[in-house]
Design a binder for this molecule. Sequence first.
Ligand code: PXL
Length: 280
Amino acid sequence: MRFLPLPDAGETPVRVMTIAGSDSGGAAGLQSDLRTFALAGVHGTSAVTAVTVQNSLGVTGFHPIPPETVAGQIRAVVEDIGIGAAKTGMLATAGIIDAIADTAEELGIGARIPFLVDPVCASQHGDPLLTPEALATLLRRLFPLAHLVTPNLDEVRLITGIDVVDEATQRDAARALHDLGPRWALVKGGHLRTAATSTDVLYDGADFLEFEAPRLATRHDHGAGDTLGAATVCAMAHGFAVPEAVAFGKEWVTRSLAAAYPVGAGHGPVNASWRLREFP
Ligand code: PXL
């Protein structure tokens, strides 16, 4: 695999930001994003949106961070440290989304700064991570700012009403998502369990691109979507065009799924530390 260039000692590295929730179990959310950022060789920063109470069996509650504190974290980092790209994960409430959108517009996130929006709605156990009315706010405020949106098939159904069952409906969903304003829409195929491969479809309003990977039989896949987005946003921060960034993210998450491990009695995390065995 082609890796991202690593910074030399004393050199300021590429910086990225995740705007996401904390997973106390260390599998998903900002913990997985920061892990991938470090292993990909970029400096990771974070704006925490919510603190979840979570382990391998599920999410039993969350506490949202005040919107002005979320906005303050973004502004503090961008104005001093600077970022090459940003991604979102769990956003929790409509008030937090409005604050992120206002701050993004003020600071050029989604204009000058590449912006990946992962419309996280629920955990893999179906526990809600976004209030129902907040999804409409996310679509209205953040999709038009996004360079890339990366829903899974459950999120696609909630957003577009389309039940993806094959390649044709996956393309229909990509069209419907693109109509909501992002430059690129990626419909992740990992949840289409009847398919022999895990194929993601990327659409820019003109052409469809497919990213295919073997379907890996593991129940330890917690944080897979976050890890795909995190690796992709690292490549975007390095200046990759979106299709090349997605190709990097797809290979990264496929290797992380192959290296996944059990912790707890439920679903264990994907494991980006395969990267440690492959330096440089
Ligand atoms: O994988 C989506 C996700 C994002 N962020 C947080 C999560 C999860 C899934 O559990 O807990 C905080």
